[in-house]
Design a protein around this ligand. Sequence first.
Ligand code: ADP
Ligand code: MG
Length: 358
Amino acid sequence: MGMERIAAMLEIKNIQKIYEHQLLLKGISFQVKQGETVCLLGPSGSGKSTLLRIIAGLEYPDGGDILWEGQKINSVPVHKRQFGLMFQDYALFPHRNVADNVAFGLRMQGLKKEEIEERVRTALKQVGMEAFAHRRVTDLSGGEQQRVALARALVPRPRLLMLDEPLGALDRALREQLTGEIRSLLHHTEIPAIYVTHDQEEAFTVADSLVLLSDGRVIQMGAPDEIYNNPGSRWVANFLGMKNFLKGKVISQHPLTLETRYGMMKSSYSRCGNLGVGEETELLLRSSGARVVPLEDANCGTNCLEGVVEDVVFQGENYRVIIVCGEKDHFQINLENRPDVGDRIRLEFEAESILCLE
Ligand code: ADP
Ligand code: MG
């Protein structure tokens, strides 16, 4: 393979959509490469489904282009795009059995009976449902119905697979299991895919690449770990579940030292580098960089927070501890040992775990 660039299969360029004189999609651009799973992650109402319908050809954009292998496909009708779609409401035909549901699209294409049977068998095997071929779909559980819907989306061998919150209706354990299975299926088949979800854990599991959407705009994109390690804004950090924010003002640069309402904080986070003296920034204190230090008579030093334990939540591997500092600032950290509610606690943060946000 080497260092060669993998070409984009699908290219979305500056897509805009207007509804009732409102700009709903505000110029969205991203790419999907060969074999890659791109996850569109954003809160409900951020425009994910609208964008997916435009890519599928079910709706027309008011601005921008959709390219497949460099060719504009804005005007290509849905069925000629050869994109597979899977939605949360699987819309299987209730009076047909599993195999007939999966075979439906192939019959429409006029394929030979033997080929249809062979392809249906393969698709059902890929989703672990080969033993269910002759079951009525109404006798299946929600998770099994979603597997059938996935087989039905795969069987025409789409050039691109699009999944819109496919597991949204399932309970957590089943969702986790199916997310893992979809991940390995997509990697195994090497079908480029767009996976839409509002759930960050699901997104981290399936995505090679993440596109974060909010209010019809791309807020940040990149590999999941890159985004997690370098959230570009407070909004991103908050959406990914990070909680510890604190305003700071730069008072000197090497090392970067900031004044906050809880004393001085030094940061060695590389992306803080271009902040000038006097500038204000939002700091993110990473829970993973915190350790409990003994309470002493002296005040807290640099990179230190002191507060009272307000709540302790058991999480299996550790405890999530909520600490109140001052009047009403809440911070969260994970600790192996359970403190008591009401305990006074002092934390010290490593300089590399203090990030600057916008
Ligand atoms: P998501 O899938 O991220 O939840 P949607 O794409 O479904 O977001 O919707 C984005 C916004 O567009 C929502 O505020 C929704 O109310 C609005 N919207 C979606 N479809 C239409 C439509 N056909 N007419 C008017 N508004 C719409
Ligand atoms: Mg949606």
